[in-house]
Design a protein around this ligand. Structure first.
Ligand code: FAD
Ligand code: UDP
Length: 378
């Protein structure tokens, strides 16, 4: 297949769709992109708040962090990334602590003045040694931080976030968070971290800005309806593509309750709430994501998590152990589709950070182009 005159369809104008569109357009393909929503950017969408002028992460806080130098160069090619470290706080049992759990958290919580090795030994003594091979979220927490820290910071938050007991969730969810025996309170440990100067949507708009890319917004696509595309890249929900044939895959959705404030509401971008008695999981104060800007007014989002209904936006794939067979059925069906490639967080039903999304989109596009080149040579 040569690129000349070949039309490619892409369902979804998020990061996956944008990166693939650009790679294929640069190789000479005509690319048409569709999104149900009235804006590009998918869940990374940012826009200025009409009252305060603050850049808002509409679908929840997004911090760019990666060890992948090529991905870092890629995003910097479309946007200036300014230095940003995510320093998260959590309110629990009437006090504010620093996350991820670090030496400050441990000393404050237990009223101690431990040095690193003392803290390590103390936490190790708290650990539940009967857990040898942690499988669940709760086992992982009890094994690595002990019951007191688990109950203060993780149990209530996780019940609110996932709507189930931490005993039903895989250990892998907690493994995303480090425990540090020093005062490093950077939420991430990646080499490259930052925030796009003009927001993610501006960056994605620049990725789409190519004469061979046409983006149509506000248009829901039935990906199985007849079309004249040589190939389709689909970044919508995997189960939706197959008409929920094997039932619905479990998702959590989020509700955001917006409020404004004159001044600085909470002094940081993200304040988590560890107590089960507080109905929301966290409050995001968006102006702290752009410390290089100056705004008197402030806009904050209280974030509530709940089960995803049929008309809600799917945010977090739950991936309960008992869903594995159902997911395997969908993946097997997806593998049978030769003229459609399933990409991104929804179509592969995985929690993907932005850097991994970009990496996979680049690899997917390159594989497609290499195959097209081979076919043209035959
Ligand atoms: P999406 O952004 O979901 O885009 C898919 C698009 O397809 C959507 O716009 C949708 O409307 C459209 N679509 C679906 N079906 C159809 C259809 N049939 N017809 C037309 N359009 C359709 N990552 C980080 O690296 N750092 C973070 O701090 C971070 N925070 C996050 C916080 C939250 C609350 C969430 C949910 C995710 C976070 N992420 C973060 C992950 C990040 O959002 C994803 O990596 C990224 O959005 C994935 O892009 P995507 O294009 O695969 O999917
Ligand atoms: N978590 C928690 N308390 C917190 C922050 C996180 O219990 O204050 C748990 C929660 O289950 C969450 C998981 O740790 O889903 C991973 O945290 P992360 O910050 O990576 O969550 P995400 O970015 O997925 O919202």
């Amino acid at each position: 297949m040569t690129a000349q005159g070949q039309k490619i369809g892409i369902v979804g104008a998020g990061l996956s769709g944008a990166v693939i569109a650009r790679e294929l357009a640069e190789a000479g393909f005509e690319v048409e992109v569709f999104d149900t929503r009235p804006h590009i950017g998918g869940n990374c969408h940012t826009e200025r708040d009409s009252d305060t002028g603050v850049m808002v992460h509409i679908y929840g806080p997004h911090i760019f962090h990666t060890d992948d130098a090529e991905v870092w160069d890629y995003v910097n090619g479309y946007q200036t990334f300014l230095p940003y470290k995510n320093r998260v706080k959590t309110t629990s049992q009437g006090q504010v602590y620093s996350l991820p759990v670090n030496l400050h958290t441990i000393n404050q919580f237990f009223g101690k003045t431990f040095r690193p090795e003392e803290a390590r030994a103390f936490i190790e003594a708290q650990a539940d040694k009967t857990v040898t091979d942690p499988q669940t979220f709760e086992e992982q927490a009890l094994r690595f931080v002990g019951r007191d820290l688990y109950e203060a910071f993780f149990k209530g938050y996780t019940e609110k976030q996932w709507g189930c007991s931490p005993t039903d969730l895989p250990a892998s969810i907690l493994k995303r968070l480090p425990v540090r025996f020093n005062y490093d309170d950077n939420y991430f440990f990646h080499k490259f971290q930052g925030m796009p100067e003009n927001g993610y949507t501006d960056m994605i708009e620049k990725i789409f800005d190519h004469p061979k890319i046409k983006v149509t917004l506000g248009q829901h696509v039935d990906p199985r309806a007849p079309h004249d595309y040589t190939h389709l890249f689909y970044s919508g929900p995997l189960d939706g593509y197959f008409g929920y044939e094997f039932g619905r895959l479990g998702y959590r959705t989020l509700d955001f309750e917006r409020f404004t404030y004159q001044g600085d509401y909470q002094g940081c971008a993200v304040m988590n709430y560890g107590d089960a008695s507080v109905p929301y999981t966290r409050i995001t104060e968006h102006k702290h994501f752009s410390p290089w800007e100056s705004h008197e007014g402030s806009v904050c989002y209280r974030e509530f998590s709940r089960a995803c209904g049929e008309d809600d936006i799917p945010y977090y794939p739950i991936r309960l152990v008992e869903e594995k067979a159902q997911l395997a059925d969908y993946v097997a069906r997806a593998n049978e589709e030769t003229s459609v490639t399933f990409v991104g967080r929804l179509a592969t039903y995985r929690y993907l950070d932005m850097d991994v999304t970009i990496r996979e989109a680049l690899d997917t596009a390159r594989l497609f182009l290499a195959k097209a080149k081979d076919e043209a040579a035959m």
